[in-house]
Design a protein around this ligand. Structure first.
Ligand SMILES: O=C(O)c1cc(=O)[nH]c(=O)n1[C@@H]1O[C@H](COP(=O)(O)O)[C@@H](O)[C@H]1O
Length: 303
């Protein structure tokens, strides 16, 4: 997965990930009306609206960006219908040549982790048959339960050429409450960064980067700089740009000298760009495309 991701980033000359975090108040009225007319104001109606909206966004940006990151919670809240929209979004984006980063942030003990891992990035056994279910290329996971909770994902990365982005230093304002605690003389996020680097050592691809990446928030620049230093081979998934306030200057430190090493997510800043007064609802996809082009320019200006 990592070599394909790096190739796509280079081909499109763009380290931007579009976050597919739909919410009903981001979906234009004309799409909601169509979905609700078919399925009512029900979980199925909401999920249909998300899928139509996502397809519009994907069509508008797929030639510009290497990857999309659907955030599962937005879909999961609508139950089975929502999950179906999540899976259909993945299928559609894959058909358009996009790398999928499933933002599922799973974390549990080993046996449970195995089930999550098989469902999302491996295969599930159905007696003598095996079946691919979600089919993301990579997923986000939480490592704070320790290695036995991470190993099942690493095994599937090896077996199925998948990738991980492991939470190391998250973008939210309170992330320091736990992640910045000093443990045996160094901040916990650094300790976790070193672990992630070690876990990724045996999965380094031709690009020089590991299938095992890290989530490092753009909103914590100095911590990101330290992590870049101790994790040279791990790709960073960098959230926090745009809606959470981080700028290209803040996240420059997430990149290596080769101009690679980080992929920057923006969700609301792209999918809800049409809320800006210069657009109408009908222009939601065009607005997303223009937001991606702006973001690409902005990121490239610091690389
Ligand atoms: O793993 C993530 O993607 C993630 C980690 C993190 O530290 N902070 C963070 O915001 N995210 C996700 O990145 C997206 C940010 O969305 P926007 O703030 O709208 O760009 C959401 O899907 C978050 O769940």
């Amino acid at each position: 997965m990592i070599d394909i991701l790096v190739k796509e980033i280079q081909k499109k000359d763009n380290p931007t990930v579009v976050g597919l975090d739909p919410r009903l108040n981001f979906v234009p009225t004309f799409i909601k009306e169509e979905a609700f007319e078919k399925f009512g104001k029900t979980p199925k109606g909401a999920s249909e609206a998300f899928l139509m909206f996502n397809k519009g966004i994907i069509d508008a940006v797929s030639d510009l960006v290497p990857a999309v990151k659907p955030q599962v919670a937005m879909y999961e809240q609508y139950g089975a219908e929502g999950i179906n929209a999540y899976i259909e979004t993945i299928k559609y984006a894959k058909k358009k040549g996009l790398v999928i980063i499933g933002d599922i942030k799973r974390g549990d003990i080993a046996t449970t982790a195995e089930a999550y891992s098989d469902g999302h990035i491996g295969k599930v056994d159905i007696e003598d048959e095996q079946c691919i279910v979600y089919d993301e290329d990579s997923i986000t996971i939480n490592p704070y339960l320790g290695y036995d909770s991470v190993e099942p994902y690493i095994n599937n990365c090896k077996n199925f050429n998948r990738g991980l982005f492991i939470l190391v230093k998250t973008s939210n304002p309170n992330s320091g409450e736990i992640q910045d605690l000093i443990v045996e003389g160094e901040a916990l996020y650094k300790r976790v960064g070193r672990l992630v680097n070690k876990w990724g050592e045996e999965l380094i691809g031709n690009s020089g980067y590991s299938q095992i990446g890290a989530v490092v928030g753009a909103t914590h620049s100095s911590q990101a700089e330290e992590l870049r230093e101790i994790m040279p081979n791990n790709y960073f998934l960098v959230p926090g740009y745009g809606a959470q306030g981080a700028t290209a200057k803040d996240l420059k430190v997430c990149f290596n000298k080769d101009g690679l090493g980080a992929i920057v997510n923006s969700s609301r800043g792209i999918i809800a760009a049409y809320k800006n007064a210069k657009y109408t609802e009908l222009q939601f996809a065009e607005a997303a495309r223009e937001a991606v082009i702006e973001m690409q320019k902005d990121l490239k200006s610091v690389l």
